[in-house]
Design a protein. Structure first.
Lengths: 282, 119
């Protein structure tokens, strides 16, 4: 099961079976996790959220996005439309094409989750967005940062040196970053992406929980999403920046599990679409 | 080391070779004291792959998810291979004991406690 062919690519996939009785209720969405950019992969969700989610009675799918982790790394297709096609094709390949999903996205994975919910409202029953970059300024900054990183990695002998020092982890991460940034269209695809706006947010029909760190630069745009989307709630975690997934597993876990359960219950009974409206700040 | 632990260690070593490749593992023997992070430099994503193979091999009785859910990834990678072997061995042994007692002649059992009302 670890590798699945979907949309003509080999994806690294991990499925965690639900281990609570609630899983037998029909209509509960499959919870699919979408990780962040470049050096991130499915493992960042594994302990803080994926295992607890499965143990709370949700069927879980984790996968490495195209080009990331242990998934195949093609030269092109790093735009949001391709990401939606990858996800839909992967669900079909897993025999889950008939199921609705709750997408949990971290950072860039949150952006992809929102794109998917807007493109396929029939598929997405709920969203959990952790520090999602939504506005144009973040994209510009990230493109600059990644371009600078690409230059520093280009034709660098660093991975070979690291390997010779038996620093296998650092060598692998550096090699993946070099490959993604210098030999794929990832940076160009990001630069060409369009920012979300209030009209997009207003079209979001599923319940969404947005979680941001208090000190994150992404908070203002996340508040805009919460303000315009009919069923969105924002939670601000005090004292944290962008990395809420790593730094706040306890508080985050409680909020996410409550949101997943509320969304699952609503989807299973077909009653209502929201877990709340407006902004919850703590 | 018991035969069971020996067998589990051999199987886990085989899984690590399958996931990581053998060029890094062949240079030193994997023992009960080998640690995932310090000695094997295992990446988080590789441990996740190992967990999947273990789940498939030993089934839900081992409750690997429950064992791992008590830890974060840093704590998991700080473990020795032996800690994982011991957990699997303990649960597998208990499972075998339950299966053996289930197939033994029936003896009078203590009365079951009343179901606890949901609170």
């Amino acid at each position: 099961m670890a590798f699945v062919l979907a949309n003509a690519l080999r994806f690294h996939v991990q499925r965690l079976p639900a281990t609570a009785a609630a899983a037998s209720a029909p209509g509960r969405p499959v919870v699919v996790f979408l990780h962040g950019l470049v050096v991130d992969n499915l493992s960042s969700f594994y302990c803080p959220l994926a295992l607890p989610t499965a143990r709370a009675g949700h069927e879980v799918v984790l996968y490495d996005l195209r080009g990331h982790g242990r998934s195949e790394r093609p030269a092109t297709g790093y735009d949001s439309a391709a990401a939606v096609r990858d996800l839909v094709s992967l669900l079909d390949a897993l025999g889950l094409g008939h199921r609705r999903v709750h997408l949990v996205g971290n950072s860039h994975g949150g952006t992809l989750a929102l794109h998917t919910a807007l493109a396929r409202p029939d598929l997405v029953a709920g969203l959990t967005l952790l520090e999602p970059p939504l506005g144009g300024a973040w994209v510009e900054n990230m493109v600059d940062t990644l371009s600078a990183a690409a230059l520093s990695l280009e034709d660098s002998p660093v991975p070979a040196e690291l390997l010779s020092l038996r620093l296998r982890k650092a060598a692998n991460l550096t090699a993946i970053a070099d490959d993604l940034l210098n030999r794929t269209s990832l940076i160009d695809d990001m630069a060409a992406s369009l920012p979300f706006g209030p009209a997009d947010y207003a079209r979001l029909s599923c319940p969404a929980l947005i979680v941001c760190g208090e000190h994150s630069e992404l908070v203002p745009e996340a508040r805009e999403l919460a303000r315009h989307a009919p069923c969105a709630t924002i939670e601000i975690l005090p004292g944290l920046g962008h990395d809420v997934l790593k730094e706040s597993s306890g508080v985050l876990r409680k909020s996410v599990l409550a949101h997943l359960e509320a969304t699952a219950a609503a989807a299973a009974t077909g009653t209502g679409t929201g877990t709340g409206t407006g902004a919850l700040v703590r | 080391m018991t035969t069971t632990a020996d067998t589990i260690l051999t199987e886990i070593t085989g899984m690590l070779v399958e996931i990581v490749g053998d060029e890094f593992l062949l240079s030193e023997e994997v023992t009960m004291r080998t640690t995932f992070n310090e000695d094997l430099a295992l990446e988080s994503i590789e441990f996740v792959a190992l967990a999947e193979l273990l789940h498939h091999r030993y089934g839900s009785d081992v409750d690997l998810m429950g064992f791992l859910a008590e830890k974060d990834m840093d704590a998991i990678l700080a473990m020795s291979v032996g800690e994982l072997v011991t957990h699997i061995g303990r649960v597998t042994h208990a499972s075998l004991a339950r299966a053996a007692s289930a197939s033994a002649p029936a003896i009078p059992a203590a009365p079951s406690p009343s179901p606890t009302p949901a609170g």
